[in-house]
Design a binder for this molecule. Structure first.
Ligand code: PMP
Length: 424
């Protein structure tokens, strides 16, 4: 595979941008490859500057549930751009998107738009602290809630990938209020509440953990967290930045029937433009300025292009066949895992809706400690060989593959054919 142009751009980028990229995992460092630079994408396919076409299983890490450059989303963005790109004043379209989000997510009476998932979780934490008058937060080991200081203790995503326990630049005093528990362990959650119950402002959880690879909640886990938070007066925050509008149109809360106090969102609600949001019950959200006293603001928040992309995306998703896509993805993942097992590999797959992760281990995966058993060496070989054959996978064993409504049976069959050619 000739990736000369990508390599040239990467060499130049390395002199101008730290690590040559604007977000760490993209650099493909842990799989020891140069990143592929992208020229364009359409549907389920992505094209590099070297003129190569790939079947895309990253989907921009989540936003592209409709596939790339969907005609209706494109049209909405282009038409919005002609009317001006930012006003710093309210618009009708942000009201329409807020209405759509609140209608979709059962726990949200009100929502505030921001520009990224990171901003959403930082703001939700501030609100939870203000509402409860408490400082501590609980997060999951290997859970990722963006790069806000308070969340950078034992986080997933790029931090799991690089085994960085936290990061320099975050004062100890900032993370001293961050308590950690393993995912899917209700006993550990109980213990932490028994010990710190009257100091805990919020319990943050990705309802389906998506940043240690995909790990699904065991039966009763999310309801157990709901009950604990209610008992101790802490706010339950579902970080639905990945799961929102993906595991169902009603998010994980709709799918599992467990209502959080606050929800953080991102990715899909921006249709591929920079958007995040947080929402919840009116009694909490009314505390946000200028309705209330908790400050949070943004020059580009509710940006008309981003709102147009988000609204066009949700318009389509509202009527989309989620169950049909889930069945197709499940059949594909089972077959993919089967092919790899036939090659003598131990594979555990986790799947829900249009996302999945293959873990190269023979033990079941329920939390971050289990995830760490999975072989990153086998993953690296799998990644590199699949990439050579035109399959664009997340360059990390600890990420979730994202499938879109644009993926065809032909895409799945081609991917399976490539898997059959793998050598270990
Ligand atoms: N929360 C979750 C669950 C995420 O997966 C991410 C990003 N992958 C974030 C928060 C942060 O979002 P952003 O990268 O848009 O800041």
């Amino acid at each position: 595979m000739n990736i000369e142009r990508s390599e040239e751009l990467f060499a130049k980028a390395n002199k101008l941008i730290p690590g040559g990229v604007n977000s760490p995992v993209r650099a493909c460092r842990n799989v020891h490859c140069a990143p592929l630079f992208i020229e364009s994408a359409k549907g389920s396919h992505i094209r590099t500057v070297d003129g190569m076409d790939f079947i895309d299983f990253i989907g921009s890490w989540g936003p592209m549930l409709l596939g790339h450059a969907h005609a209706d989303v494109d049209k909405a963005v282009c038409e919005a751009a002609k009317r001006g790109t930012s006003y710093g004043a309210p618009t009708e379209i942000e009201v329409l998107l807020a209405e759509k989000v609140c209608k979709a997510l059962p726990s949200c009476d009100m929502v505030r738009m921001v520009n990224s998932g990171t901003e959403a979780t930082m703001s939700a934490l501030r609100l939870a602290r203000a509402v409860t008058g408490r400082n501590k937060l609980v997060k999951i080991i290997g859970g990722y809630h963006g790069h806000g200081d308070a969340f950078l203790a034992s986080a997933g995503s790029g931090l799991a990938t690089f085994s960085i326990p936290g990061t320099p630049g975050v004062p100890e005093s900032t993370v001293q209020d961050t308590l950690l528990v393993p995912y899917n362990d209700l006993e550990a959650a109980k213990e932490i509440f028994e010990k710190y119950g009257n100091e805990i402002a919020a319990f943050f959880v990705e309802p389906c953990a998506g940043n240690m690879g995909l790990v699904l909640p065991v039966a009763g886990y999310l309801q157990g967290l709901r009950d604990l938070c209610t008992k101790y007066g802490a706010l339950l925050v579902f970080d639905e930045v990945i799961t929102g509008f993906r595991v169902s149109y009603q998010g994980a809360q709709g799918r599992f029937g467990v209502m959080p106090d606050l929800t953080t969102m991102g990715k899909i609600i921006g249709g591929g433009l920079p958007v995040g949001a947080y929402g919840g019950k009116a009694e909490y959200m009314q505390r946000i300025a200028p309705a209330g006293d908790v400050y949070q603001a943004g020059t580009l928040s509710g940006n008309p292009l981003a709102m147009a992309a988000g609204l066009a995306t949700l318009d389509i998703l509202e009527k989309a066949d989620y169950a049909g896509l889930e069945q197709r993805v499940l059949a594909f993942v089972k077959e993919l895992a089967g092919i790899l097992e036939k090659k003598g590999l131990s594979v555990q797959y986790q799947h829900i809706a249009s996302m999945f992760t293959l873990f190269f281990t023979d033990k079941p995966v329920r939390n971050f400690a289990d995830v760490e058993n999975a072989s990153t060496a086998i993953f690296e070989s799998y990644y590199k060989q699949m990439r050579e054959m035109g399959i664009f996978l997340s360059p990390s064993a600890f990420e979730t593959a994202m499938v879109s409504f644009a993926h065809t049976d032909d895409d799945f069959n081609k991917t399976l054919d490539c898997a059959k050619k793998l050598k270990f």
